[in-house]
Design a protein around this ligand. Sequence first.
Ligand code: NAP
Length: 332
Amino acid sequence: MKKVVLVTGANSGIGLALCERLLSQDTEGLQLCLACRNIQRAQAARSALLTSHPAAQVALLQMDTSSISSVMKAAQEIKLRYNRLDYLYLNAGIMPNPQFDVKAFFKGLFSNKIITMFATGEGILTQKDSITSDGLHEVFATNLFGHFLLIRELEPVLCHAGLTSQLIWTSSSNAHRSAFNFEDIQHQRGTQPYSSSKYASDLLSLALNTHYNKQGLYSSVICPGFVMTNLTYGILPSFPAFLWTLLMPVFWLFWLFKQKPESLDPQAKYHSLTSGLGHNYTQPRKMDIDVETSEALYEKLQQLESEVRKKQKEKQKQESMRVHSNAGPGSS
Ligand SMILES: NC(=O)c1ccc[n+]([C@@H]2O[C@H](COP(=O)([O-])OP(=O)(O)OC[C@H]3O[C@@H](n4cnc5c(N)ncnc54)[C@H](OP(=O)(O)O)[C@@H]3O)[C@@H](O)[C@H]2O)c1
């Protein structure tokens, strides 16, 4: 039986490279579904994949992870199309208007965080967030909450007794506890929504393991390293793009795909690294997270989930009332 793999944000960068890599390993054994917000870009990605793997089975699905209704609609469609999902890659992500915080950089130079600052950008990468039409902060909604809702909606195809399914989050080494505020999980008051959302996804992955392992669903977190994509070109000084591409090795990680999910450490982030001699390898590193905070976040996300579901129902009710009143009396 073919394994079903769904990748969010699959039309470019890491998501697309992952799809390419998965198909290179196993063209015949996979049913791949590219879940993307822009269907034209998704079609272009599908064509590119089919050019290199003509026998591959590649389906498309429209989904905007920042939109509640889009995620709900996409989840319905997935449940109609597939009996079960083997792998769900939670990869779609944004880092809008990235800025380099010069003041924080000079402060960091004289602090004990200097090494982490250079290695991970802690404290020096800020972004400008916005609000979605659902009233959520966009980075939080796109990178974290839309994915959380998707998982919750897809329980019937992810949890099967006796079988395992795997969630794989594309996190980042820029996921820092210092950027995350439990009282402000959407990061409404800060300037590092990206780091906050990635730290929250590390916490959430741990909580998902606590709540879903018994049902055969496992969650892990990866860090792809620094990869030259649309997302990262925005951060770097405007050298010619090819220079950066040459300078930065492309780290790769489809390694988790081959691991038994039960054997993975739920508190580790799997980093994709390259040695000085160009050898690619994967290294698990303990995340700076704890069970209590992960549980508390999980609870907050569940509360938010019931709020948005309630709003969604009200919206649908109003919509159907509007349709009825437009149809007018006697129109049936
Ligand atoms: N590049 C790195 O060095 C690096 C390092 C650590 C972690 N990451 C993470 O890797 C993931 C992929 O990023 P990337 O570097 O490959 O950047 P990218 O090329 O910009 O890819 C991001 C993907 O996410 C999609 N996306 C954005 N917002 C979306 C939404 N609301 N709904 C659905 N899809 C959406 C984009 O679609 P559109 O084409 O429509 O925009 C695109 O397909 C992200 O989660 C990022 O945080 C990247």
